[in-house]
Ligand binder design. Structure first.
Ligand code: ATP
Ligand code: MG
Length: 396
């Protein structure tokens, strides 16, 4: 198909108008923000998630409480929704393929399939001509390189179902790598060289069916125990690195022929920028867009799937976003879950608190986040760090 033909075909896609029903695979916090954004634009949402207490399911117009491969639930979703999207990459790509037979699915099953498998993902990024950390694919124990390999010290990462640093082990040599590989039940893995990171940054963008792209500003991210802790926007790195991250993220979206919201994580090592991984959905490091941008990443997700024009992705305020994990409930001498000091945090001007409605706080579980906005980034960061310590974040 020529480019011209495909563009003509694309531009003929009809806009889905409110109050049409939109489908969301996954009921977590990303889905919950999607439901809120969809409601603001007048749409209804059906959420498919097996958890009866899922954050998005609880506020959706319809909650299909079933597994992601439940045929009856998928049929209902396809019959009742004008378009379907996802909020997490581990939804079976086969379910998306099934849905795509009868309804609009954005992003496509093939893009999700790439993002949900580290080997496909890394090979795709590399083949697209973008830089990645040196790695080896580990299909079996014999693929683990000897101690002399330049990959050590390395991180062994399972190819599927890893998130928030889960399914990852830091290994110094072949013996440690073998032990970790056995612990990961000899599932296919990627062994990645451990890089001396100067910084981590990310770009969230939306690409529509006509190929237009609106990219949000580059965020600077710091992690704690493999989980995103703080995002600072704009990132405090050179303009060249920021612009480069934007350009690489756009290139990747184009190579994937991606339609939807895409998160791209980068490592910064000296002047070098390497792609870490991609997320076929809004990204935790893009939560700042709710309070600091004209259009949020979730509104963009609604716009792309309904064929509405992309919104303005520019920043109206500088922003610092801090994740609130279940640990904040346990930062006390007792073992009981105690409510964090919301009154203190909410006492800060320009602080926006978002809680996800999860009933059970657990250590390492994302319970909410807050974003501080303002014109002076240093002042914003100071306030965010004070609120962060008032909520005992990062103490355990
Ligand atoms: P998430 O889904 O939360 O982004 P994940 O489990 O998919 O996390 P990665 O993004 O691969 O995992 O890694 C989590 C973090 O571990 C990175 O953000 C980075 O801080 C660190 N890390 C991962 N790979 C490397 C590497 N090759 N060198 C140095 N640090 C790394
Ligand atoms: Mg990551």
């Amino acid at each position: 198909m020529s480019l011209q033909q495909s563009n003509t075909e694309r531009s003929s896609i009809a806009t889905i108008v409110a109050p049409a029903m939109l489908g969301m695979l996954g009921g977590g916090q990303l889905g919950r923000f999607f439901v809120i954004a969809a409601h603001e634009l007048g749409y209804q949402v059906t959420v498919l998630d097996p958890d009866k207490n899922s954050p998005a399911g609880k506020i959706a117009d319809v909650h299909l409480c079933a597994d992601f491969d439940d045929l009856a639930a998928l049929k209902k979703l396809a019959q009742t929704c004008s378009a379907v999207t996802t909020e997490f990459e581990n939804v079976p790509a086969k379910s998306l393929e099934k849905l795509a037979l009868t309804t609009t699915v954005r992003p496509s099953a093939s893009c999700v399939a790439i993002a949900q498998h580290r080997v496909l993902e890394k090979n795709f990024i590399k083949d697209a001509g973008l830089p990645v950390a040196p790695f080896a694919v580990i299909n079996g124990a014999t693929d683990l390189p000897e101690d002399t390999s330049s990959l050590y010290p390395a991180i062994l990462k399972v190819a599927r179902f890893g998130y928030d640093g889960k399914g990852q082990a830091r290994v110094k040599n072949q013996t440690e790598a073998q032990k970790a590989f056995v612990e990961f039940k000899q599932e296919v893995c990627v062994l990645e060289q451990m890089l001396p990171l100067d910084l981590e940054v990310s770009v969230v963008l939306a690409r529509d069916a006509q190929g237009n792209i609106a990219a949000f500003p580059t965020a600077e991210n710091s992690h704690l125990n493999g989980i995103l802790d703080i995002s600072i926007v704009p990132a405090r790195c050179s303009a060249v690195i920021k612009a480069n991250a934007q350009a690489l993220a756009k290139k990747l979206a184009e190579k994937l022929d991606y339609v939807g919201v895409l998160g791209v994580e980068f490592f910064v090592v000296g002047k070098q920028l390497l792609v870490n991984e991609i997320a076929p959905r809004p990204h935790n490091s893009g939560h700042y867009t709710i309070d600091a941008c004209v259009t949020s990443q979730f509104e963009q997700q609604v716009r792309v799937m309904t064929g509405l024009p992309l919104g303005d992705a520019s920043l109206h305020s500088n922003a610092v976003m801090v994740n609130i994990l279940g640990d904040s409930w346990f930062a006390n001498s007792k073992n009981d879950a105690l409510e964090p000091a919301w009154n203190k945090a909410l006492g800060h001007a320009n602080l926006k608190l978002h809680l996800y409605g999860k009933h059970e706080p657990r250590k390492g579980r994302k319970m909410g986040h807050f974003t501080v906005i303002g014109q002076d980034l240093k002042t914003v960061l100071n306030a965010a760090l004070i609120a962060r310590s008032e909520l005992h974040i990062g103490e355990s």
